[in-house]
Design a binder for this molecule. Sequence first.
Ligand code: AHM
Ligand code: MG
Length: 338
Amino acid sequence: MPNSLKTLGEYIIENQTHFQYAEGELSRLMNSITLAAKVVNHEVNKAGLVDITGASGNENIQGEQQQKLDVFANTVFINTLKRRDIVCGFASEEEDDFVIVPEEEGGFHHKYIVLIDPLDGSSNIDVNVSVGTIFSIYRRVSPVGTPVNQSDFLQKGRNQVAAGYIVYGTSTMLVYTTGHGVNGFTLNPALGTYYLSHPNMQFPQTGKVYSINEGNYVHFPQGVKDYIKYCQREEEDRPYTSRYIGSLVSDFHRNMIKGGVYIYPTSSKAPKGKLRLLYECNPMAFLAEQAGGKASDGYVSILDIEPTELHQRVPFFVGSVKMVEKAESFMAMYPHEH
Ligand code: AHM
Ligand code: MG
């Protein structure tokens, strides 16, 4: 890593104005997330060596098998956020309900809440494929000095003050936004330091990659089926290339760099889709818009959806503007499916 590259710490200090009303709280919060990510990164990278991989035998609230590393990552992030006296509450894809940081632990006087998917794509761990952490930060809407409540967590994605992901891939990267564009930092594992390797990341306007689990084709809505056929047709710059890792963070990351669209639609098997609005879609949608891309449920912008429950699922279309818009135009032909 060249010495001239800026470190994450330097970048945060130089861009304090991005955290305008935060009085250092938000930058301390970012530091805690990146610290926890280093711990998780270390564990993920040695997963093949120790007996920590494999199902833990517990199921999470959505009835899915948790892998041991999910449990580990969840504990690391929660403990880091809780013990460092920086947030008033948090929610995790792996926890049934949101957690109030109690008054004794300083929770009531803080301003920020965090929603996190500690280890997304965990079915990929056993086969050495990249996984990621996704996070989303909001200002509380309840008064400072009181315990957080549900209304703090059920805010529209538009209200996010920061969001990002860490991808534990061929190299470990942190990609985040505070509403001033998207920047990517690569971890130098020898030094434990993140360097600004991808300044001002941008989705190309269009691309040639479509990412969708085509195995579910027969269960998809007609608009999605038609869009897939459009991607495969021999015309203009098509057929497109199909790339699907099955790890949202990695699929999104590739598409942001190369241009592409990721779709997880509703299906007759999953009538509301699979991905969670609060832990997965909102933070990715915020990043997408900040990088000049687009995110929707096929009809309306993800960031404008009013959440009604913590573990709500939504269909998800995200990526290069022109590709998302094209997919939406096919969905619009079947408005009754909305
Ligand atoms: P998870 O939160 O249980 O890991 O599920 C989310 C993951 C995404 O990372 C990925 O894009 C998708 O599920 C893959 O699902 P499928 O195997 O149904 O295609
Ligand atoms: Mg997930």
